[in-house]
Structure formats: structure tokens, C-alpha cells
Design a protein around this ligand. Structure first.
Ligand SMILES: Nc1ncnc2c1ncn2[C@@H]1O[C@H](COP(=O)(O)OP(=O)(O)OP(=O)(O)O)[C@@H](O)[C@H]1O
Ligand SMILES: [Mg+2]
Length: 254
């Protein structure tokens, strides 16, 4: 299958701590790729290096065969890689709708001066952003809350808003870091269904998740990290049966 995102011996060290060590992964276009591993395994750090939030210590990242290693986050986003954060990063004093509209504005022709003087370009772009923002908010199930400040949303709804905002840049690949953390069963199911739907429409998804039932049902392929290293990789069935995984991760939950 065609590769969309690939790493070669990727490393991220914090001083003496090897948070990500020699991780090579090849994500096929159109799949849902899971990343699991115990707390501190390096999952979020891997996302941070993939998206340019951190520079890598060593190794390479390729997006559609283009070397994007250590590109700035804005550039990575523009190329088509979008993400959500484990520690939610919303504009707390802005409405739900405005949080999503900001994502769209990065794609429009509006320049700073247009925004300040509310020029025709700005008004036109703003109307388009508003329409598309409403659509996305509806998709994640937040329509009733669109005028609320982000800070007033329940934790689960903030996570949904993060997904909506990440989608606003119309990415080819979406990286979600524990999207169902803090959600009840129904909310979790909604997010799972949303990710499945987006994937069926062609979006490649990489998901970090602790909820094993989510991971096992959703993912086509799973990467397992432990102490920064890849210890297993394969289908949910392969990973579930892998002794290394049982010992390092699943076994700890029993
Ligand atoms: N900015 C940083 N500076 C120093 N150490 C860091 C930094 N970010 C992460 N680490 C360390 O790197 C290791 C991997 O952390 P990371 O957050 O990637 O783990 P994780 O797999 O996402 O864990 P969790 O499941 O708890 O979210 C940990 O030991 C963590 O303390
Ligand atoms: Mg993490």
C-alpha cells in the first residue's frame, strides 16, 4: 500500500532520557494506525517530533516521500498533517465556533490588514469559514454549544472541539492524542464513529489511545512503544498475541 507518513530510525532525547529511540514506522495511506504503550513510553513525544513541535535528535520523517524532518509546525500543518493535543489547547475565551473558524482562516487569502480593516476579502473569507465551521461543529456534535466559550465546555466536549479544529485545515492525515480521555461510553462511541466515518472518506488517522477496546476495534495496524522503542507492530490480533506486548503493557493491566 502507498505510504503517507514514514520515519527512519527516529530519535528524540531529552538530555540522557531516550524518549523516542530508533523508531521506524510506515503508515499506509487511508488506514487507521494505532499507537499504544505504557505511560511515558514516548507516544506523545513521537507525535511532537512528527509534527515539528520538537526537533528530532536523529532520524528522518517523510510525508508522501518528502523529507519533512524538523519542519516547523505551521509548515507541517500546511502540507496536510493536523493534530490534537493530549493537553487540550483551545482558545478558552473564544466561542466554540470561533475556535474552529481560526483553523479555516489559516487557509484563506485574508491577510492581517484585511482582518483589521474588515475588507471585502476578509468578509467573504469569514462567511466561508463560518459556514464550514458550522458544518464541522455539527459533525462532532457540538452545534447546540457553538456560542459557548471553549472554557465552559465539559472535558469530553473540549476534546471534540479539538478534533473539529484540527479538521478545519482539511488535512490528509489526522493525529489524535488520547481523543477519548475523560469521555463517557456514549461520547467515546461518538468519537470512534466520527473517526471511522472520516477514515471511510479517505482521511488517514493515527491515534494514541489507552482504551484497548477503542484501539482493537478501530485500528487496522498498531505500533507498540515501550521505553521509547518499538516493541511490536502489526494487526490488532498480532499485537494482542505478542508476548512482548503482553509483558510490557497488557499484562500490567491484569
Ligand atoms: N519536554 C520534555 N522534556 C523532558 N522530558 C520529556 C519531555 N516530554 C516528555 N518527556 C519525557 O519523555 C518520556 C516520554 O514521554 P511521553 O509524554 O512521550 O510519553 P507517553 O507515551 O505519551 O505517556 P502517556 O501515556 O502518559 O501520555 C517521559 O519519560 C517524559 O517524562
Ligand atoms: Mg502522551
Amino acid at each position: 500500500m502507498e505510504s503517507i507518513l514514514r520515519t527512519e530510525n527516529l530519535c528524540k532525547y531529552f538530555g540522557g532520557l531516550k524518549a523516542v529511540q530508533d523508531v521506524s514506522i510506515n503508515v499506509s495511506k487511508g488506514i487507521i494506525q494505532g499507537i499504544i504503550g505504557p505511560n511515558g513510553a514516548g507516544k506523545t513525544t513521537l507525535f511532537n517530533v512528527l509534527t515539528g513541535t520538537y526537533n528530532s535528535t536523529k532520524g528522518k520523517v517523510y510525508f508522501k516521500d518528502r523529507n519533512i524532518t524538523n519542519f516547523k509546525p505551521e509548515k507541517v500543518t500546511k502540507l496536510g498533517i493536523s493534530r490534537t493535543f493530549q493537553n487540550i489547547k483551545l482558545f478558552k475565551n473564544m466561542s466554540v465556533l470561533d475556535n474552529v473558524k481560526i483553523g479555516f482562516h489559516t487557509q484563506t487569502k485574508t491577510k492581517m490588514l484585511d482582518a483589521i480593516f474588515h475588507t471585502k476579502t476578509y468578509k467573504n473569507d469569514d462567511r466561508i469559514c463560518e459556514e464550514r465551521g458550522q458544518e464541522l461543529i455539527e459533525r462532532v456534535g457540538l452545534s447546540d454549544l457553538k456560542e459557548e466559550f471553549a472554557s465552559n465546555l465539559a472535558y469530553g466536549n473540549q476534546r471534540k472541539l479539538e478534533i473539529a479544529r484540527a479538521l478545519a485545515v482539511n488535512p490528509d492525515i489526522l493525529l489524535v492524542d488520547e481523543p477519548t480521555a475523560g469521555m463517557n461510553h456514549i461520547e467515546t462511541r461518538n468519537v470512534v464513529e466520527l473517526l471511522e466515518k472520516l477514515n471511510s472518506e479517505g482521511l488517514t488517522v493515527i491515534i494514541i489511545e489507552h482504551d484497548m477496546s477503542v484501539i482493537m476495534n478501530l485500528c487496522h495496524s498498531i505500533l507498540v512503544l515501550n521505553h521509547g522503542q518499538k516493541i511490536s507492530e502489526g494487526s490488532p490480533e498480532q499485537v494482542r498475541r505478542d508476548e512482548n506486548v503482553i509483558e510490557a503493557y497488557l499484562g500490567r493491566e491484569e
